[in-house]
Write a protein that binds this ligand. Structure first.
Ligand code: ASP
Ligand code: MG
Length: 220
């Protein structure tokens, strides 16, 4: 039995059919005897849709409010996936950033994770629950909702994996692995053979872009 973290990006959870397929995969993993924390992105296109709504009201929307808005995408996916698992008779619980205890800096749109409360996650796991955590988000010291930069669910997954001492953090995504830089932009990007949780968090947070900077650049 191993403690695992699996991350599913926007395309993997982009429709009800796909969410059902993810639920099947989670159940297979659990049936193999593993304990699992699943970290999810918003359904593909959802984050861009939300930003678009805000920019129809203000072409430079308040970054604090944009973070409140954008985090709803991940919340929707987390609850839908949990509903799918519960409907199959599994014990699952969705949690948003505050409930996971993800503390961040106050840089709206590109906050850095400062700590994750592993006790909360471990307690749910010990009760036999499959935890579905909403990615991409945190809370700052003043209890404001923050986001981690576009594509930030990877960062959430790796930070959660490090905090709970997971044996593995598996990222289901449409690129082949972790590259030195974005392979869609830089042809010289090199794929890394291995990377530690700590290096991955540092690496990821150093190139995280805020939502307005990356608008349109990320599929979700
Ligand atoms: N939904 C957010 C985005 O599209 C975060 C993520 O997908 O990782 O950037
Ligand atoms: Mg996305």
């Amino acid at each position: 039995m191993a403690l695992l973290v699996h991350k599913y990006g926007g395309t993997s959870v982009g429709s009800i059919e796909r969410i059902n397929a993810v639920a099947d995969r989670i159940i297979q993993t659990v049936q193999q005897g593993h304990q699992l924390v699943v970290v999810v992105s918003a359904m593909s296109g959802e984050t861009n849709r939300l930003i678009n709504l805000a920019t129809q009201l203000d072409n430079r929307p308040s970054s604090r409010e944009l973070d409140v808005l954008m985090t709803t995408g991940e919340q929707v996916t987390a609850s839908l996936l949990s509903i799918a698992l519960v409907s199959r008779g599994y014990s699952a619980i969705s949690l948003i950033a505050d409930q996971v205890g993800i503390k961040t800096s106050s840089h709206f749109g590109k906050a850095r994770i400062q700590s994750v409360n592993s006790d909360i996650l471990k307690e749910h796991i010990e009760h036999g629950r499959i935890v579905i955590a909403a990615g991409f988000q945190g809370r700052d010291e003043e209890n404001n909702i923050t986001t981690l930069g576009r594509g930030g669910t990877d960062t959430s997954a790796v930070a959660i994996a490090a905090a709970i001492g997971a044996e593995e953090c598996l990222i289901f995504t449409d690129v082949e692995g972790v590259y030195t830089t974005d392979p869609r932009i830089e042809p010289k990007a090199k794929k890394l053979d291995s990377i530690s949780f700590e290096e991955m968090i540092e690496f990821r947070q150093s190139w995280g872009k805020s939502a307005p900077e990356a608008l349109g650049g990320v599929s979700g």
